[in-house]
Design a protein around this ligand. Structure first.
Ligand code: AP5
Ligand code: MG
Length: 182
């Protein structure tokens, strides 16, 4: 099963992605996590990624597409994956050729997000400053919202109310995925 998780920063993509991965026994992959690891490397690429992420902006489509396709070519992802945080732009969505079964959109308001991210244990995430959070929210509306329309038109989008308990959201996603409901 090939599943994409889309949502505004703090909407619960990683929380739900990890739960789904365990439940469905499908490997989980987060582009944010990949980029955070790369940003720790003392290389030109690592330095560039760190600067872009800390400002709350997006890594270029070219770099993102290359990194994601390199990861997904590994043996463990051949049968399926739960992809958290990709695609985030129309270009990424259109260029992505790996096939997708469902796109789960976790819908959460900006107000709820500001509250959640201000209080989460950010585990050293340098993009959890108020300035970067605001930029990440703005970037989501500008670049990622069109991706939702793109998948809606393809009939792949499942919209989930992300402002309920983690368990309720997980259950609803499972119902959609296992019963083919959209
Ligand atoms: P990424 O790591 O994906 O971060 P993000 O989109 O900003 O989202 P977060 O990880 O902050 O939140 P989340 O939706 O995973 O929510 P979580 O489960 O943690 O990306 C980081 C950066 O990498 C980007 O800004 C960009 O620079 C770069 N990048 C990544 N992908 C890219 C791409 N494709 N192209 C270009 N650049 C890319 O939950 C948040 C908090 O809320 C937690 O404390 C959690 O416990 C809590 N919570 C979760 N669910 C609930 C609930 N139902 N009720 C109450 N609290 C909840
Ligand atoms: Mg996350």
């Amino acid at each position: 099963m090939k599943i994409i998780l889309i949502g505004i920063p703090g909407s619960g993509k990683s929380t739900q992605g990890n739960l789904l991965s365990k439940k469905l026994n499908v490997p989980y992959l987060s582009t944010g996590h990949i980029f955070r690891e790369l940003s720790k490397e003392h290389t030109k690429l690592g330095h560039e990624i760190k600067l872009v992420m800390n400002a709350g902006l997006l890594i270029s489509d070219r770099k993102t597409l290359k990194i994601v396709s390199d990861y997904l070519s590994r043996a463990q992802y051949q049968k399926g994956y739960i992809l958290d945080g990709f695609p985030r732009t129309l270009t990424q969505a259109k260029e992505f050729k790996n096939g997708i079964d469902r796109v789960v959109y976790l819908k959460v308001s900006d107000k709820e997000i500001l509250w959640r991210l201000a209080y989460r244990d950010s585990q050293g995430r340098e993009d959890d400053t108020l300035l970067a959070i605001r930029k990440r929210i703005e970037v989501f509306h500008k670049f990622t919202k069109p991706v939702l329309d793109y998948y809606q038109k393809k009939g792949l989008l499942i919209e989930i109310d992300g402002e309920r308990t983690i368990e309720d959201i997980h259950k609803e996603i499972m119902v959609h995925l296992t019963h083919g409901k959209r």
